[in-house]
Write a protein that binds this ligand. Structure first.
Ligand SMILES: [Zn+2]
Length: 247
């Protein structure tokens, strides 16, 4: 296969996310993806307005997506009116993970079909254009019960070719999803690293503040070895109790 065919088959990231969302939440979900991508905490009233739907219709779709983890929400209470407004965020990673799972299942199904095409015989009534398994053909003495025509052995090669190209198409899509997951994954990793670096910095700053009160802080540091010993001790006992449980 050349580059040209890849170009035709490959879909954009947004297309992939739309596809999986439509499967989960119905056709209006595609527009919701467009509205939420790249943003955080989008007001549901804005979503409803832009989609031309009522707030209940909008929420119903969002709840479906939320059941699969594709969107998450925070809610805020309107102090005057006393009701809650939901703010929605799209979870790309979860969407890609779900899509990956779906594509895996699709490939498994296709491979099963391929196997049975390669191993089993099928018969066809060319008059009615109805295909049956060998068992069914045998059951009817190889005569079509609809029209009385004799069944002919089906040529599986065409199906095998079609199934193989479907498998290739789905595998290509799967590869795209895995690439996207890698990108999202490393983005998240970077974010987590950044956050933990900031947390460590904050901790350090807090410690510096503590050590400004001289004696107390020094004493605390000296106490540390004792805590370690205690930890070791509890580990041993837990190992013992595990051993006892095994017996
Ligand atoms: Zn027939």
């Amino acid at each position: 296969m050349g580059k040209a065919s890849n170009k035709i088959l490959s879909s954009s990231k947004v297309d992939l996310l739309r596809d999986v969302s439509v499967v989960v939440g119905g056709k209006n979900s595609a527009s919701i993806v467009d509205l939420l991508l790249g943003k955080n905490n989008v007001n549901e009233f804005i979503i409803a307005k832009k989609l031309g739907l009522t707030i209940n219709q909008t929420r119903n779709i969002l709840y479906k997506l939320s059941d699969e983890g594709l969107v998450s929400f925070i809610r805020k209470k309107d102090k005057k009116k006393g009701w809650y407004t939901y703010f929605w965020t799209f979870n790309e990673e979860r969407a890609f993970l779900l899509l990956k799972k779906t594509l895996f299942n699709e490939i498994t199904q296709l491979e099963n079909q391929l196997k049975s095409r390669e191993e089993k015989r099928y018969y066809i009534c060319k008059q009615c254009n109805i295909e049956v398994t060998e068992e069914t053909a045998l059951l009817h003495d190889f005569v079509c019960p609809e029209c009385g025509e004799v069944y002919e052995l089906q040529d599986n090669n065409k199906s095998i070719k079609e199934i193989n190209s479907s498998i290739n198409r789905v595998k290509l899509k799967l590869k795209e999803v895995e690439d996207e997951l890698e990108i999202t994954g490393s983005k998240n990793e970077k974010r987590i690293k950044k956050e933990s670096a900031k947390a460590a910095k904050d901790k350090k700053a807090a410690k510096v503040k503590l050590s400004a009160k001289p004696n107390v802080a020094v004493k605390k540091v000296k106490k540390q070895p004792k805590i370690k010993k205690q930890k070791k001790h509890t580990k041993k006992t837990s190992k013992k109790s595990k051993a006892i449980k095994k017996k």
